[in-house]
Design a protein around this ligand. Structure first.
Ligand code: ATP
Ligand code: MG
Length: 363
């Protein structure tokens, strides 16, 4: 894997700050593990708008289609709030997702032991937590037609349509089963088949994909509302959760808070397999550009570093090296390393972004 290609798009706000720490990790792999990447870097979001007048240049889009993986920091910031919708920084990210056809959004919720006390729930509920939510990202109620605000009689009506085709459900279900085989071998599918036709079809297709091609994986079905309750009550019962765009949006945000901080959460968005058999892929921290702390060296780089770990695992076939990186993070946290987002108001002086990156590389 010496010529695995990676496109880095640091973006705006804290994006470039956390990405600089990922660079250190990449350099370490080159120097110490003889694992090198063909890394190129480009602009996205406000940074691209400032230079090109568009949040994603066509050349950058073309490059993203060619590489093995894209790693993105964050986009947006107050400076761009008044821009026209068509050139807003967020449009750059949406264009990447759409043109790369990234239909499966993977959001792990993993609680590092050293942070179990800090998390929003009691320690026994979250210690050792390691679940993966697979959210369908390119269809469902956010995209279905008809949509809009229409006149109806003497009032207006707002309409969105939940719409799923069998093939859209089929492909995201396969992503979930494939993932489960590499993890705890368990999938829980969540919908509302009791009140939604799309939910009935969802359940049917997921079951069929399972019975035909993944009978070895343990499959269960849950109504999404009951699933939300179970997720808070006893999240460790889950391994992989597969769900639609809307429910996935809500459930993954809820699951995120089980782990403690936005600064700890990576994500991956995967599409169809490329010629080399690996899926098209974009990795990014769940957090945004955090304008309130940008430029101050306060950002936690772990979410972005964990996103790179996901790239190692899912795009570069380096699961052992990904585990090595995650173990280094566990070690520094266990040794008490904390950026400000991982501390309470009376917990002393936090580490800077750079100090946290250096500590992880050292570990
Ligand atoms: P977006 O609209 O892009 O999702 P947002 O406004 O929802 O952005 P974020 O930019 O993710 O939110 O930031 C939300 C809060 O979390 C901010 O107060 C920010 O300071 C904090 N935060 C986000 N990421 C980090 C990080 N890596 N380290 C420390 N704090 C963070
Ligand atoms: Mg947000």
């Amino acid at each position: 894997m010496s010529n695995a290609s990676l496109l880095i798009l640091p973006g705006d706000g804290i994006g470039p700050e956390v990405m600089a720490e990922v660079r250190k990790v990449i350099d370490w792999y080159g120097a110490k593990r003889d694992l090198t990447f063909d890394v190129s870097e480009d602009l996205v979001g406000g940074a691209a708008y400032d230079k090109h007048g568009t949040p994603l240049h066509d050349d950058t889009m073309a490059k993203a289609q060619e590489v093995d993986a894209v790693l993105l920091g964050a986009v947006g910031g107050p400076k761009y709030d008044s821009l026209d919708f068509s050139v807003k920084p967020e449009r750059g990210l949406l264009r990447l997702r759409k043109e790369m056809d990234l239909f499966a959004n993977l959001r792990p919720a993993q609680c590092f032991d050293a942070l179990a006390d800090f998390s929003s729930l009691k320690k026994e509920v979250v210690a050792g937590l390691d679940i993966m939510i697979v959210r369908e990202l390119t269809s469902g109620i956010y995209f279905g037609e008809p949509r809009g605000i229409f006149e109806e009689g003497n009032e207006r009506v707002g309409i969105n349509t939940q719409r799923y085709t069998e093939s859209e459900i089929d492909r995201v279900a396969r992503s979930a089963f494939e993932l489960a085989r590499r993890r705890g071998n368990k999938v829980c599918s969540m919908e509302k088949a009791n009140v939604m036709e799309s939910g009935i079809l969802w359940r049917e297709v997921v079951q069929k994909v399972h019975d035909e091609d993944y009978p070895d994986v343990e499959l269960s079905h849950m109504y999404a509302d009951a699933g939300a309750m179970q997720l808070c009550r006893w999240p460790k019962q889950f391994d992989v959760i597969v769900t639609d765009n809307l429910f996935g949006d809500l459930l993954s945000d809820a699951a995120a808070m089980l782990t403690g901080s936005l600064g700890m959460l990576p994500s991956a968005s995967l599409g169809q397999p490329m010629a080399n058999g690996r899926p098209k892929a974009l990795y990014e921290p769940v957090h945004g550009s955090a304008p309130d702390i940008a430029g101050q060296g306060k950002a936690n780089p772990i979410a972005c570093i964990l996103s790179f770990a996901m790239a190692l695992r899912y795009s570069f076939d380096q699961g052992d090296e990904a585990a090595r990186l995650e173990a280094a993070i566990e070690t520094v946290l266990a040794n008490g390393a904390r950026t400000a987002d991982l501390m309470g108001p009376e917990d002393g002086t936090p580490m800077s972004t750079t100090q946290m990156g250096d500590a992880i590389v050292a570990a």
